[in-house]
Ligand binder design. Structure first.
Ligand SMILES: [Fe+2]
Ligand SMILES: [Fe+2]
Length: 354
C-alpha cells in the first residue's frame, strides 16, 4: 500500500470511529470536581485490596502480539473481513473512549484515591485500544486515535450517570469477551483471528474496572435508592437493547464464531445480570416471556430504518419517523416489564467466575 492509500484508509476507519449514532460507542465528559468529592471511608478495606490488585498489574506483559496476527487476516472472506473490521473499530473506539474519560478524571482529580484508580484504569484501556488498533493496521485500516480524540463529539454525563453506564459497560464488556473466549475454547477450529486468544486475561481487566465502580457506588448508597432505581433500569435497558440490535447486524461474524446471536446475547445478559446483582437494587428479567419478542421487534425496526435510510427521499424519511415512534413504544413496553429485585449485599466484591 502506498502512503497515500494508507492515509486514505486510515481516514476511512477514523471517520467510521468518529461517526455518532445511537449504536456507536460515545465519548464522555463529566463534572470532574463533583467526582473528586467522593468519600472512600465506608469502603476503605475493600478499596485498598482492589488497589493492591491494580498495582500488581497482572497483565503488564499480556498485550504483546505474536507473528500469527498478520498472517490470519489474509484468509478472511471479504464479508467477514468487513464485519470483523466493524467489530474492531467499535471495540477500539469503546476502549479508547474509556481511556480518554479515565485520563481526564485522573488529570483533574485532587482526591488521591480517585487519581490512583483512574490512572490504573486509563493505563489498562490505553493498552486495550492500542492492541486492537494494531490488528486494524494489519487490515490496512488503523484508527488515528489522536485525531479521533479531537474530532469526536463528547456527551456530558453527571458523575451519577457515569457510575451506572461505565460500570455496566465494564461488566458487559467482561461478559462479551469471556463468552467469546469460552466458545472458542470449546471450538478452537472457529478461531479465525488470534486476538480472541487474548480475551480471557483481557476481560479480567474489564471485570476489575467494574469492581472499582461497584465499590464507588457502594460508598454512595443514595445512588441505589428511590428514583435512582428508575435510572438504573433505564440504563440497563439502553445498554442491553443497543447490544442486541448491534449484534444482530453482524451475521457473518456470528456464523464464523459459531454463534446464534440470540444465544450469545442472552448468555451475555445472564452473566451481566449476575454481576450487576452485586450492587444494583434490580436487574432486568431477561427470562420474561415478553422480553425477547420486544427486543426482536427493535431489531426488525432497525432493519426497516436502515432500508428507509438507504432508499432516501420523502418516503424514506416518513418511514423513519414512523419507525422511531414505534421503537419508542417498544422501549417503553420493555421498560415497564417487571424487574428482578435484588437485596443489598454487605460484601460487594466478586471474582470473575465464568
Ligand atoms: Fe478495556
Ligand atoms: Fe475497562
Amino acid at each position: 500500500m502506498t502512503d497515500m492509500t494508507a492515509d486514505t484508509a486510515l481516514n476511512a476507519s477514523t471517520a467510521l470511529a468518529k461517526r455518532s449514532t445511537v449504536l456507536t460507542p460515545n465519548f464522555y465528559s463529566t463534572d470532574y470536581a463533583a467526582m473528586d468529592r467522593m468519600d472512600f471511608t465506608p469502603i476503605r478495606k475493600d478499596w485498598d485490596a482492589l488497589m493492591a490488585e491494580f498495582r500488581a498489574d497482572a497483565n503488564e506483559e499480556h498485550f504483546e502480539r505474536d507473528r500469527d496476527f498478520r498472517k490470519e487476516v489474509d484468509a478472511l472472506s471479504p464479508e467477514l473481513r468487513e464485519e470483523f473490521f466493524d467489530f474492531l473499530v467499535s471495540s477500539c473506539t469503546a476502549e479508547y473512549s474509556g481511556c480518554i474519560l479515565y485520563t481526564e478524571i485522573m488529570k483533574r482529580a485532587k482526591n488521591p484515591d480517585i487519581k490512583e484508580v483512574f490512572e490504573f484504569m486509563s493505563r489498562d484501556e490505553a493498552r486495550h485500544a492500542n492492541f486492537i488498533n494494531y490488528s486494524l493496521r494489519d487490515l490496512g485500516l488503523g484508527i488515528d486515535l489522536k485525531l479521533l480524540r479531537q474530532v469526536k463529539k463528547y456527551k456530558y454525563f453527571s458523575p451519577k450517570f457515569i457510575m451506572y453506564t461505565v460500570y455496566l459497560s465494564e461488566k458487559i464488556g467482561y461478559a462479551r469477551y469471556i463468552t467469546i473466549f469460552r466458545q472458542l475454547e470449546r471450538n478452537p477450529h472457529l478461531r479465525f483471528h488470534p486476538i480472541f486468544l487474548w480475551f480471557q486475561r483481557w476481560c479480567n481487566d474489564e471485570f476489575r474496572h467494574g469492581e472499582a465502580f461497584a465499590l464507588m457506588m457502594q460508598a454512595q448508597p443514595e445512588l441505589l435508592r428511590g428514583r435512582n432505581k428508575l435510572w438504573i433500569r433505564f440504563f440497563l435497558l439502553a445498554v442491553y437493547a443497543t447490544m442486541y440490535v448491534r449484534d444482530h447486524m453482524r451475521p457473518q461474524m456470528n456464523a464464523a464464531l459459531g454463534f446464534n446471536p440470540d444465544d450469545y446475547d442472552f448468555q451475555v445478559f445472564r452473566i451481566t445480570n449476575e454481576c450487576c446483582k452485586q450492587i444494583f437494587p434490580l436487574v432486568l428479567d431477561v427470562e420474561h416471556p415478553k422480553f425477547k419478542p420486544l427486543l426482536d421487534k427493535l431489531v426488525a425496526l432497525s432493519a426497516i430504518n436502515s432500508a428507509a435510510k438507504a432508499r432516501g427521499g420523502i418516503g424514506g424519511a416518513l418511514t423513519r419517523v414512523g419507525v422511531v415512534a414505534r421503537a419508542a413504544v417498544t422501549i417503553a413496553r420493555l421498560f415497564v416489564l417487571p424487574a428482578v429485585h435484588v437485596a443489598p449485599r454487605e460484601n460487594v466484591r466478586m471474582a470473575p467466575a465464568w
